[in-house]
Design a protein around this ligand. Structure first.
Ligand code: HEM
Ligand code: SF4
Length: 573
């Protein structure tokens, strides 16, 4: 009997897909509104997911018969460091109106997402994104995804500029070389038909025959500003700088959020500190980390295929030794510097080059017009008028950049006229709250997330106001299932969909993203979420030490004492 691992179905699919072609091109024009399962899986590598509108699942036709699923596509754009030009931003706004559901989403990893695109419009949508020199290639799939980097446009700051350059260089270096993407989406209507017999594979120096065992995420942050949540990434590069110069990066490996409660072998993890490298080594060492995961990551069971499981099984020393072997040099221990703070970059800031940038909080990442709230129109007007570049933050915000001092008053007043609040009018809790999309688009969601988070924050604010705690930065992340797309295991409070209408509440993380929370209560009905937290808030008010954050307090008191206190407080009188 052979000891060769029994590859998972997806591994066979990838290998036999003629470098991610499958029969996508053929199915695109077959007149149906969906793709086969195999093609849907391959399509993720092209940056798009087959979904169905879950609100429609119960819908009926006029004659009372079931309507059946309404298939739609999600299209994700990969944007290293979240940097876009006015033209690129406007093109995405146009696309959400022309082909999407009229809203544009800023994702939790500095990307844009369109929802509700019909299959018939998929090619036109992806082509239009590429026409603006952005891409959806490798926005999803078992490859290096979007490389994140602190987006603050502090142009007088050479450190952030160098981080941005590295994000681009890494994204370029680690992108798949397959030509399938260009053949399928970018050839114009007169292009020659793909002929399977003529297919010639190109060399994939990083990904080889199968791509990676699972998705791979990279982020670049600063110790004093971990706005991209570096510890939740497979690979993190923490820029250590002195006198305005990056002297090197601490390499962090093996972060990842997803967990399956029924499978004990799965767990969320924050990355481990592995080494300190020079800026010149950054690309080579990153490639070595990716290749070690490519060659040793689990390809039998996708539930335990992320890098965090390899590092858990091997231990960090063995993993580091293997990376050194692949890289060809030994690597020194990490620099003592570590993450100390986080900035959401909201409000007005001096860029350091005579211009200003404005951070606008986008609730749950959804750019839309709804009643008197007309953020989408406001952004469109500002981008069309001033043609400023913009950046996307990992807390689902937008930074409008390169604004002249004299333009500020008009910009503020236009936003106000469109019902968009200034950062100073929002509590820190609202500014630091993020949610995954969940219903109605995500096929994996168990509970609501994006659609209910604003109401949850309203209720939290009521409790905090009673206690005079509204100025505290208590971060909340919410997801509709344990996969954790909005990183719910690292903030002060995490709400994670567990069963229909019920959530697991995590406490004890922090806004800086350096610690995992613990389960405080499980299977809490939506309507009770804030009621079960209220006693903890009041205990925090009375027992906190000076300046102690909510997450630090929860860790100090411990889950048992918190539970005992809450249970007592919640007893009927
Ligand atoms: C096994 C785990 C995971 C699965 C199966 C999964 C699947 C999905 C799906 C289906 C969507 C599309 C939802 C929609 O837009 O309708 C999505 C969105 C997204 N996921 Fe995941 N996901 C997983 C874990 C994660 C993790 C751990 C992160 C990052 C920490 C992440 C980051 C994202 C981002 C940035 C989006 C875009 C939507 C947004 O939040 O703005 N995912 N994911
Ligand atoms: S966390 Fe779950 S529900 Fe939310 S987008 Fe990710 S997979 Fe969907």
């Amino acid at each position: 009997m052979s000891d060769a691992p029994k590859l998972s179905k997806i591994e066979h699919l990838k290998e036999g897909s003629r470098q991610l072609r499958g029969t996508i091109a053929e199915q695109l024009s077959d007149g149906t509104d969906l793709f086969s399962d195999d093609n849907a899986n391959l399509l993720k590598h092209h940056g798009t997911y087959l979904q169905d509108d879950r609100d429609d699942r119960k819908a009926k036709n006029a004659d009372g018969t079931k309507k059946g699923k309404s298939y739609i596509m999600m299209v994700r754009t990969r944007i290293p460091g979240g940097r876009v030009t006015a033209e690129q931003f406007l093109a995405e706004l146009d696309l959400c109106e022309k082909y999407g559901n009229g809203t544009l989403r800023v994702t939790t990893r500095q990307g844009f997402q369109l929802h509700g695109v019909l299959k018939a419009n998929l090619k036109a949508t992806i082509k239009a994104i590429n026409d603006t020199h952005l891409t959806t290639l490798a926005a999803c799939g078992d490859v290096e995804r979007n490389v994140m980097s602190c987006p603050a446009p502090l142009n007088g700051d050479p450190v952030r500029n160098e981080m941005h350059s590295l994000a681009y260089a890494l994204a370029e270096h680690l992108k798949p070389r397959t030509t399938a993407y260009y053949e399928i989406w970018l050839r114009d209507e007169n292009g020659e038909e793909t002929n399977a017999c003529e297919f010639q594979p190109v060399d994939e120096p990083i990904y080889g025959r199968y791509d990676l065992p699972r998705k791979f995420k990279t982020g670049i942050a600063l110790p004093e500003d971990n706005c991209i949540d570096i510890y939740s990434n497979d690979l993190g590069l923490l820029a250590i700088h002195e006198n305005g110069k990056i002297i090197g990066y601490n390499v962090l490996v093996g972060g990842g959020m997803g967990r399956t409660p029924s499978a004990e072998k799965t767990f969320p993890a924050i990355a481990k500190r592995m080494a300190f490298i020079t800026p010149e080594q950054a690309i080579g060492v990153s490639e070595a980390v990716v290749k070690v995961q490519r060659d040793f990551g689990n390809r039998e069971d996708r539930k335990i295929a992320r890098l965090k499981y390899l590092i858990h099984n091997w231990g960090i020393e063995k993993f580091k030794a293997k990376v050194e072997e692949y890289y060809g040099h030994s690597l020194p221990e990490p620099h003592p510097a570590d993450v100390t703070d986080v900035d959401d970059h909201m409000g007005w800031h001096d860029q350091g080059d005579g211009k200003w940038f404005l951070g606008i909080n986008v609730e749950c990442g959804r750019i839309k017009d709804e009643g008197d709230f007309r953020l989408k129109t406001a952004l469109r007007t500002l981008l069309e008028t001033y043609r400023m570049p913009a950046r996307l933050t990992a807390l689902q915000g937008v930074l409008l950049c390169d604004i002249a001092q004299e333009q500020r008053v008009e910009i503020d007043s236009l936003l106000r006229r469109h019902g968009v609040k200034a950062a100073e009018e929002l509590t820190p809790t609202r500014r630091y709250a993020i949610a995954c999309p969940a219903f109605p688009t995500c096929g994996l969601s168990i509970t609501e997330s994006e659609r209910v988070l604003p109401e949850v924050v309203d209720r939290v604010e009521v409790e905090l106001a009673k206690l005079g705690l509204l100025k505290e930065r208590i971060s909340i992340h919410m997801t509709g299932c344990p996969n954790g797309c909005a990183r719910p295991y690292t903030p002060d409070i995490g709400f994670v969909g567990k069963a229909v209408g019920k959530y697991t509440i995590f406490l004890g993380g922090n806004a800086e993203g350096t610690r995992l929370g613990f389960i405080y209560k499980d299977s809490v009905p939506y309507d009770d979420l804030v009621a079960v937290l209220a006693p903890v808030f009041s205990l925090y008010k009375s027992k906190r030490t000076t300046g102690e954050s909510f997450g630090d307090f929860c860790v100090r008191i411990g889950v048992e004492a918190l539970n005992a206190h809450a249970d007592q407080a919640l007893q009927p009188a």
